[in-house]
Design a protein around this ligand. Structure first.
Ligand SMILES: [Zn+2]
Length: 267
């Protein structure tokens, strides 16, 4: 805690003046491009590894970067975690994010716990981790993206793909994808190598996002390059112009502190 308090003073005295303009703008409203779903783990640092600025990421963090699914499409009574569902709906419907990243990581305590069937877990932790059970089943049934990894890290990678599937159970996400205004991305942060990897649907494994991969991703985002059925992940078929038009159409509702109210009225 001592380090945290010193850090606040350091920010106030040294960094805040540099960010004065940025935060003055952000006080008028936020328009992040990305919903980032990550683990609560202290070593997962998206602002650092993706070099993001304030206002860039809308973030959900929880133990295991899990997405509690809906068990019946369109029936909101069957969403298993209201706080997470609310954040997803807010990101899609109000902020109109264009991309969702689910980011797992190596040495994740959640996947280690999921693999240790004898381990006694506290009730809420045990209940929450059930959303990772489907990934465990995938691993047990022989899905191995990278057999060279320790088992818990293999599970972390499969778990990212599974949580993407859970995202797809949300009606708001199904609608956004159908309207080609949303892409889903599977990432994995290797803590030991400080490497961010993305699921490569051609190699069928996670690959580092180096300069060459970044170019591939960016090119594909504009060229519909990947096959949705093959990957199980919404590919980069997204029409950038659609998004730009949507932003222009909604521009009246952003930049105002009360954008939620405006958008609610619009809906
Ligand atoms: Zn974790």
């Amino acid at each position: 805690m001592r380090k945290l308090i010193h850090g606040i003073v350091d920010f106030r005295e040294r960094l805040a003046p540099q960010y004065h303009e940025t935060f003055a703008q952000l006080a008028l409203g936020q328009k992040p491009d990305v919903l980032f779903v990550g683990c609560s783990d202290s070593r997962v640092v998206p602002n650092l590894f993706a070099s993001t600025e304030p206002g860039d990421l809308f973030v959900i963090r929880n133990v295991g970067n899990l997405v509690a699914p809906c068990d019946a499409q369109g029936d909101e009574a069957n969403i298993f975690d209201r706080s997470e569902a609310a954040a997803i709906e807010y990101a899609i419907e109000i902020l109109a994010v264009a991309d969702i990243v689910v980011c797992g990581h190596s040495e994740c305590g959640a996947t280690i716990a999921l693999l240790d069937e004898k381990r006694q877990l506290s009730p809420n932790l045990k209940s929450w981790l059930r959303h990772g059970k489907a990934a465990v089943e995938r691993l047990k049934s022989g899905e191995h993206l990278d057999p060279t990894l320790p088992l818990h890290n293999q599970l972390s990678q499969i778990n990212v793909l599974q949580q993407i599937e859970h995202l797809r159970t949300y009606p708001v996400i199904q609608n956004a994808i159908a309207q080609k205004r949303l892409r889903l991305h599977a990432w994995y942060f290797n803590i030991g190598s400080a490497e961010v990897e993305t699921f490569d649907p051609i190699a069928e494994k996670f690959m580092p996002i180096d300069r060459a991969m970044a170019e591939r991703l960016l090119t594909a985002m504009g060229e519909d390059a990947f096959d949705q059925k093959r990957t199980g992940i919404v590919p980069w078929q997204y029409d950038v112009e659609n998004k730009n038009q949507a932003i222009n159409a909604d521009s009246k509702t952003y930049g105002a502190h009360c954008c939620l109210v405006h958008n609610k009225k619009d809906v």
